[in-house]
Design a protein around this ligand. Structure first.
Ligand code: SAH
Ligand code: SF4
Ligand code: F3S
Length: 474
């Protein structure tokens, strides 16, 4: 992004603040009419990017005078959608039907849809035809003008639709409302240029755009002043951060700078593409006292034939070597992965190759997904789509291998005393607290809520598969 854009974006930011004032007037009028504060509910589908975007939506909605509620019986309901797999879309349609019924009872209710699913033309057509009660639709590129769109919604009696195909804009410093006081996601780059052949993300999130390092550092500094001790740096492929900036900088360099921020205790990031994970990054992680001992490194498949067709740009051997180097340099790291089963052309031998990777890489955890055909992606028009019955057999084989591998790993931290960031009161048992180890494993232990948001020392006593029970020390 060059200077000219930065100036435009300052103007854009100012304009959005003016819209916030305008919408506040509409919300005040609504409050007078209802004789109570109008409420809003943001429902998020999909990944951490969407979670962060929803915090931006929440920030704006609170600034214009709405009050947050968990219930979808609210006066303003917005779905921030995901379209990575078809079941994500189906969930949205299902729940949208129920929202329509609620709207019949509350005439003042407004319904909005945004996020990745809205970047698809077929989705917009379907909503226009079958869900005409929706008031506002926008996409992933223009979320920064949410205040302006809300204003349009209040001033129009028709469905407001604003979808952009692309953008090169990054508008900084609009209101954001964090879910947790002590931790926060931070976008470092938007979009994706990798075009893995099965994936819709590059089409709905657009081209890769890195934020300026100073903007990222300033945002983290001000978050730390506001009580944040853990940050999660977000991007579809964080390892390619900074490559297209006017003054290029590597992801490893960015991490080194973030490490210097006083008061910041933990740094996480998501997601790493194996093809771009550098030796420099491994060294920075190794020498850091703040970067957490966790790497999510999606392998997708262990078969070279399938990896090639997926356009992943690494081989099984390269992946395994990378994992082995990382484990050698950082022995206490936990490595997790994503696997897709049923990609076009995948047969029983390919599944065996993936199982071989699972055995050798010894993942701490793996998320397995059934391949979902996404219209417009190269894989969707590939011949040899795999029959559902075949996919099921492959899926069960993979799941079995994952379970065996994670069972072997489970419990290896038992007896150790480790640092835990306390996140919340345990959902099942309110005498327990729940926190996270540096390697992302959950730990439950007795304690009181004052400890939430702090780092404490916990002795791990009993392993229950993916989590531990422990005892607070000191
Ligand atoms: N940018 C990240 C992944 C984002 S999507 C990366 O490249 O690692 C999260 C996961 O969803 C992917 O890792 C992949 O395993 C899965 N996924 C993406 N597209 C899919 C599809 N069409 N069908 C099934 N799973 C898919
Ligand atoms: Fe999708 Fe591949 Fe980009 Fe990840 S790296 S978002 S899987 S295209
Ligand atoms: Fe889904 Fe969009 Fe994330 S498609 S996985 S919400 S980038």
């Amino acid at each position: 992004m060059n200077k000219e854009y930065q100036i435009i974006d300052q103007k854009e930011k100012q304009m959005q603040y003016e819209y916030i004032e305008k919408v506040r007037m509409h919300v005040t009028l609504l409050e007078e009419k209802l004789n109570r504060k109008p409420t809003f509910c943001v429902t998020t589908f999909g990944c951490q990017m969407n979670v962060r975007d929803s915090e931006k939506l929440t920030g704006i909605l609170k600034s214009v005078g709405y009050q947050e509620t968990e219930s979808e019986e609210a006066d303003f309901v917005i779905y921030n959608t995901c379209t990575v797999r078809d079941n994500a879309n189906q969930k949205v349609y299902g729940r949208l039907g129920a929202l329509g019924t609620k709207k019949k009872k509350n005439k003042n209710m407004k319904i909005a849809l945004c996020g990745c699913m809205m970047q698809e033309e077929s989705v917009i057509d379907k909503i226009k035809n079958s869900y005409r009660f929706v008031d506002l639709i926008f996409g992933t590129h223009n979320i920064y003008k949410f205040a302006q769109l809300l204003n349009d919604m209040f001033e129009s009696d028709r469905m407001v639709i604003d979808i952009w195909k692309e953008t090169d804009r990054i508008v900084e410093e609009l209101p954001v409302e964090r879910k947790y006081k002590f931790k926060s996601g931070i976008n470092i780059l938007f979009g994706c240029d990798n075009f893995c052949s099965y994936c819709i993300v590059p089409y709905v999130r657009g081209r890769e755009r890195s934020r300026q390092p100073e903007d990222i550092l300033n945002e983290i500094r001000s978050l730390v002043m506001d009580g944040v001790i853990e940050v999660m740096l977000l991007g579809q492929n964080v390892n390619s951060y900074g490559k297209t900036l006017e003054t290029p900088i590597s992801f490893a360099e960015l991490l080194r700078e973030i490490e210097q921020i006083e008061g910041l205790e933990r740094i996480r990031f998501m997601t790493s593409h194996p093809k771009d994970l550098s030796v420099e990054l491994i060294q920075v992680m190794k020498n850091s006292t703040k970067i957490c001992r966790h790497l999510h490194l999606p392998v997708q498949s262990g078969s070279n034939k399938i990896l090639k067709a997926m356009n992943r740009k690494y081989t099984k051997e390269q992946y395994l070597e990378l994992v082995s180097n990382i484990r050698q340099e950082i022995p206490d790291i936990s490595i997790t992965t994503d696997i897709i089963v049923g990609f076009p052309g995948e047969n029983a031998d390919d599944i065996s190759e993936t199982i071989d990777v699972i055995k050798k890489a010894q993942f701490e955890n793996a998320f397995t997904y059934v391949y979902s055909k996404r219209t417009g992606t190269p894989a969707a028009s590939m011949e040899e789509q795999v029959a559902e019955s075949e996919v099921k057999i492959g899926f069960d084989r993979i799941l079995e291998a994952v379970h065996t591998s994670t069972r072997q790993k489970a419990g290896h931290l038992s007896g150790l005393s480790l640092q835990v960031l306390v996140e919340e009161i345990n959902e099942q048992d309110s005498t327990l607290l729940t926190g996270r180890l540096s390697n992302n494993t959950l730990v439950h232990f007795k304690g009181t809520k004052e400890l939430i948001g702090t780092l404490v020392q916990v002795r791990l006593e009993e392993c229950k598969g993916f989590y531990y029970f422990g005892k607070l020390e000191g």
